[in-house]
Design a protein around this ligand. Structure first.
Ligand code: N01
Length: 511
């Protein structure tokens, strides 16, 4: 059996995986392969296409700084525009020959003798010196486990697997959940259904969304002037970053958001009992703050009910609430979120001494700077533990991480080492520091959220300003890392490499 060998294997084709590949190509390194379980690129923007799906971070910031798009149609673009943007990036950076579609990586084992990762895929084995996971934290839909779910007679699906073949026109529909996905789904679905039940367990904080379409003149100006584009991006960045003050330094500041949220409810809902139902009872920011101009208005429509009784079980013809009432529905959409803590679960990752990543993470997912893990050399996690955000663009964090990965590899090569990984003491100190800071944040103010793992620890979010993360990742702290030789050097291995993928060539930047 021939084993293909690459310098770098990347898993995933969302912002993380594609961004990594684009930056490698920019650096003149074309010795990489990208594995994708689906048949096209796009990550979460390929998977999520439910009605109303759009980004709640402004597009001029929710895009690569090195691949600007002056022609975003709106401040907050719909999902298909973001997916098309990522497809364009893949084309312009000539990534086609590197992409392996419908080819999930199922196992990754580190070979200590040779200092390489051996990957198992349905199409055979591959070896790579570096392994980059860009699989995202929100890629595994979490379906609830209500009794009787399998007995439901009508169609039912998760928001991230929306079945557009099911027409909702004139039907009785239930949306379970009131998170970021649901508040986008509800206003759209309410337009066509006969009746809509929104099953709310916890009322979220929802603020007005400062969305608008860009005019043709604005788009032309963005095209002509790099300065104007960058100034616009910088303005968005700075105003988003302000929210980190309330979330991470002084949670009392979040009272401002609560005032805005209550005012939003009062403006869009007249019925006082409905107002009371949808008014949150936890500190704003503890769960993600949501943005919508039409969610409350949709809830106030006569054919929409907010059901807060709790779900007892699912029956063939509908949903039985804890109060005993049967809400008859034809279709159920579960907007119930994602399995966050175990985001690498579908892949068995085996590091030094045969230790599985799942074992290393038995007490919770931990890494150094959200990117590297002791015992797992030359392994890099993009959007890894504690790099998530409640207030700004993940693409900013992803770019900082990619820069960090490139820096780690360069430091390793400068030292003629074969592997790089964090020292246990550095990883420990990083996590102790992060957890200490997280104790003072709004996310620790008492609500239940997917930011917290089963031990109540926040392994998801970065506890400060994003520019701090950028600052800490801009240069490699070599004291924190262990660089080690292996019995065979990478140069030896390269001698036996059968070159695959595209030939090395300088990459033309086409933005
Ligand atoms: O998921 P969620 P989401 N019974 O976990 C409820 C990103 N995103 O898909 O709050 C009844 O936020 C649950 O109730 P509760 C964004 O980062 C981004 O909406 O736990 N209800 C909640 O209301 C976001 O944070 C964009 O009490 C149950 C809802 O389901 C993340 O994705 C757009 C339940 C789940 O809300 C996830 O958002 C969309 C049960 N058993 C999403 N289980 C952008 O625009 C769960 N719920 C970038």
């Amino acid at each position: 059996m021939t084993i293909e060998r690459f310098g770098t294997a990347i898993v995933g084709t969302g912002f993380s995986g594609l961004g990594m590949a684009m930056r490698l190509a920019d650096a003149g390194d074309r010795d990489f392969v990208i594995f994708e379980k689906a048949s096209s690129v796009g990550g979460t923007w390929r998977e999520n296409h439910y009605p109303g799906c759009a980004c709640d971070v402004p597009s001029h910031l929710y895009s690569f700084s090195f691949a600007p798009n002056p022609r975003w149609s709106r401040a907050y673009s719909p999902h298909h525009e973001i997916r098309e943007y990522l497809e364009r990036c893949a084309q312009e950076w000539k990534l086609d020959s590197h992409l392996r579609f419908e080819c999930p990586v199922t196992r990754a084992v580190f070979d200590e003798t040779r200092g390489v990762w051996r990957l198992s895929t349905p199409r055979g084995e591959v070896e790579a010196r570096d392994l980059v996971f860009g699989v995202g934290a929100l890629s595994r839909p979490a379906l609830p486990s209500f009794e009787g779910m399998e007995t439901f007679e009508g169609p039912s699906f998760h928001s991230a697997a929306w079945d557009h073949a099911v027409s909702l026109a004139g039907k009785r529909v239930a949306v379970v959940g009131t998170g970021a996905s649901a508040i986008q789904i509800v206003p759209e679905v309410a337009k066509e259904v006969a009746h809509l039940d929104v099953f709310q367990r916890t009322a979220p904080w929802v603020l007005p969304k400062p969305d608008r379409a860009y005019t043709e003149a604005e788009k032309r100006r963005f095209e002509r002037s790099r300065w104007r584009r960058q100034a616009h991006r910088a303005r968005i960045y700075a105003s988003a970053e302000l929210a980190a003050v309330g979330m991470t330094l002084e949670p009392r500041v979040m009272a401002v958001a609560e005032t805005l949220g209550r005012r939003h409810i009062q403006r869009q809902i007249r019925d006082t009992s409905l107002r009371a139902k949808v008014t949150p009872t936890f500190k704003a920011g503890c769960k993600r703050i949501l943005l919508s101009n039409d969610y409350y208005r949709a809830l106030a429509r006569p054919h929409v009910d907010v059901v807060t009784d709790g779900i007892a079980r699912i029956e063939p013809w509908g949903i039985r609430t804890r109060s005993g009432e049967l809400r008859e529905v034809d279709v159920i959409a579960y907007a119930t979120g994602f399995a966050v803590a175990d985001f690498l679960t579908p892949v068995e990752v085996v590091g030094r001494r045969g230790v599985r990543l799942a074992e290393a993470w038995a007490d919770g997912i931990e890494s150094h700077l959200g990117t590297t893990v002791n015992g797992f050399p030359n392994l890099y996690l993009l959007m890894g533990p504690n790099t998530g955000l409640g207030h700004n663009s993940m693409v900013f964090m992803i770019e900082a991480q990619i820069h960090h990965v490139l820096g780690l590899r360069a430091a390793r090569d400068r030292k003629n080492a074969a592997t790089v990984e964090p020292r246990p003491s550095a990883q420990h100190a990083f996590n102790v520091g992060i957890q200490k800071r997280l104790e003072r944040t709004v996310w620790a103010s008492g609500c239940a959220s997917w930011y917290l793992d089963e031990h109540g620890k926040n392994r998801t979010l970065w506890p400060g300003f994003t520019f701090e993360y950028w600052w800490r990742t801009r240069r490699v702290d070599e004291e924190a890392m262990a660089f080690e030789p292996t019995r065979r050097t990478h140069a030896d291995l390269r001698g036996e490499v059968r070159m695959t993928g595209a030939a090395k060539s300088p990459v033309e930047r086409t933005t």
